[in-house]
Design a protein around this ligand. Sequence first.
Ligand code: G6Q
Length: 541
Amino acid sequence: MNPTQTTAWHQLSDHAQALAPRHMRELFAADPARPRHFRTKACGILLDYSKNRLNDDTLRHLVALADECDLRSHIRAMFDGEAINGTEGRAVLHTALRAQGDCQVLVDGEDVIPAIRGVRERVNAFARQVRSGAWKGHSGESISDVVNIGIGGSDLGPYMVCEALRPYADGPRVHFVSNVDSLHLTQTLATLDPARTLFVIASKTFTTLETLTNARSARAWLVAAGGEAAVARHFVAVSTNAEKVAQFGIDPANMFGFWDWVGGRYSLWSAIGLPIAISIGPQRFDEMLAGAFAMDQHFRTAPLAENLPVLLGLIGLWCVDFLGASSHAIAPYNQTLHRLPAFLQQLDMESNGKRVRADGSEVDYATGPVIWGEPGTNGQHAFFQLLHQGTAMIPVDFILALAQPGQKEPHRTSQIANCLAQSAALMLGKTEGEVRAEMSARGATEAAIEALLAHRVFPGNRPSNTLLLDDLSPRTLGALLALYEHKVFVQGSIWGINSFDQWGVELGKQLASGLEERLRGASAPACDASTEALLAYIAER
Ligand code: G6Q
């Protein structure tokens, strides 16, 4: 359905106009209870959304919008395994991968839980063997380094998690190679010993050009050192395509499967998480699944107005469709979350970067914003200038885990102070009066004040969410990632788009394969004039 046709959408449009002249300073002054009122906690995560341009009426209308768009039944349909990815005719069941306890999830009448648990047991058993040294390389040595070769959903999730949970890493070192640029692979392999290196070739389809190119080069590197016979001890695959895995020369006994109802960007919970299990151990991997499951339960059962993913989704939609934000920044204040912005970029933009609804009709409202970011304190010294004083209004998610193994003073206090200071500065801004008072207190002349006044004023009123995590344990990380997955789902449901396909990445791939043949000397039809000119330039060199 078109959300703009709902009563709530019209009410939100009127309401946005009425609220527009009110600065957040005013909203806080008018309601001393605001900081406690606009916050909610679940699964070890406090979401403080008080620093948004909203009040109780806004939330009421947003929840009404979710109701009118039938969000509840969309949630049910996803968890129940209905084929909600219409353009690919698939169910969307990353949630089944982390389901705990006795349960059944049916796809085409078949319970998928036993198969999920069967693969997880194999993944865990294999991870244990590699971690303990029981899995030997071709020359009888144990594995010291694991190289995951994959891209997109077969790279970003496991890479981000292995980094986030690095303080828990007590297994072999893990490395991630994704870029087809040979330097990514060669620089990774430069310090590794082939006899002690295990390659995990991660590809849902096992047809991805970048991954296969890197995998072939990795294979050649291994074979040069250990001969063909070494491959069986040093290559495993994670894929849904057993045939292609076998064609590549990996024994299907060394393959860990998953299913077409697991989207690439939602796949870290599946066997794609193998490097995570090897790095931190199966037990902690299971804790991460349990944390995600806890968030799934919260999402399914909590009232919409107290539901973390629903709130995050609705507030984001409010910013995009009613306040004109076209971008959303992610600022994690824990260094080990440094790949989280990149992960969320794919999760959100590949899911909700759509301009037609599920039924093919064109949208006449904004959908997914541009997602980007960097660890917080680094960002402060780089792009926060634009967040504070630029012309665009960009909402920010400030993310801070309050406890993490290895976190030390005085760093921790600075981490907290910086995180809180930035969101306060965005909200409050600095008025002309405050700038004048501050400058004259420092003895500035009237002329100096006038010269700098405009430059030193901060408009403020810039929205942000603050997510405070009790800790950065596997469990809380699992909950955080599930929170964002469901946030994306909430927005996609209301926008009426299919968040689970990605046709937008196809055209470039198609053109690249034609161009690659052409560059290798095959005759191919001429390209567009611009590409021809660039090809000619490259050929001259
Ligand atoms: C994710 C996307 C995409 C995919 C990669 C890798 O949702 O579909 O990022 O994960 O293109 O695909 P393979 O795993 O099939 O190699």
